[in-house]
Design a binder for this molecule. Structure first.
Ligand SMILES: [Zn+2]
Length: 253
């Protein structure tokens, strides 16, 4: 990095959204019929994001940024929510969201490749009666509901269906447990038909009925993309373990 590049504010050194280096340029914004902004625009040639940048050279750390167009590919899930949808962000807020977005993308990619070693599963403390001592918890999720009815989709509101129970969920390598207000629930991961997510929530649908678990994004736990991806990876591992543990002879069928 040469001296001239080092003097530029971080959004012009590398893209805060996709983390490519040397792909951003500063352009004048165009006002059309009096609409638009007086701030110049940062454009990224790699991810095609654009953002207004409020920057004064005599205040190098005092810049602000406001994204108004951004790539919605799944690998940009975190930054879409925390940069694109966040409005104006201070330098510290934008850099934190960008750094977290980089970590999130790496974790999702690692998990999709079947590697959940970064999660460090542990025994709950205090222990839970519904959990066998040998099972370690990969995910603890607050505010989870078990619902009956079609899972939320394009034409179905999130509130559709009947809430059977709500409480705290625990995901191990073998089971999904819900410590509900009404009772405890337990499902082998092989009972899960699909784990999906959208911008606000994750949904785990069960085989053979219209029951599904849902949880919404909250600030102090993994977001919906990471939750659905981890559950998918654990399901895949559980399936592989079952195949590997089949009685000998099955491989010849
Ligand atoms: Zn970019």
């Amino acid at each position: 990095m040469d001296g001239a590049t080092r003097d530029l504010p971080p959004p012009l050194q590398g893209c805060l959204y996709c983390h490519s280096e040397g792909t951003t340029v500063l352009a004048r914004s165009r006002k059309i019929l009096g609409l638009g902004s007086d701030f110049p625009i940062v454009k990224c040639a790699h991810c095609d994001s654009t953002a207004y940048l409020d920057y004064q050279p005599d205040l190098p750390d005092g810049w602000r940024i406001c994204y108004h167009r951004a790539n919605r590919a799944p690998r940009y899930y975190y930054v879409f929510i925390h940069l694109r949808k966040a409005g104006w962000l201070s330098a510290a807020q934008a850099l934190l969201a960008s750094t977290n977005g980089f970590v999130q993308r790496a974790r999702v990619a690692q998990t999709q490749a079947g590697d959940v070693s970064w999660l460090r599963p542990a025994s709950p403390n205090p222990s839970l009666p519904l959990l066998p001592p040998a099972e370690r918890v990969y995910l603890t999720l607050k505010g989870v509901t078990l619902q009956e009815g079609p899972p939320p989709g394009f034409l179905i509101r999130a509130t559709a269906g009947t809430t059977l129970d709500s409480g705290k969920a625990y995901v191990t390598a073998q089971h999904l447990y819900l410590l509900g207000q009404r009772r405890d629930w337990s499902h082998p991961l092989s009972d899960i038909r699909v784990a999906t997510y959208d911008e606000t929530s994750w949904t785990v649908s069960l085989e053979g009925n219209e029951r599904h678990y849902r949880g919404v994004n909250v600030s102090d736990q993994f977001d919906a993309q990471l939750v659905a991806t981890i559950i998918d990876a654990l399901r895949g591992r559980e399936r592989r373990d079952q195949i590997n543990n089949r009685p000998s002879g099955w491989g010849n069928l």
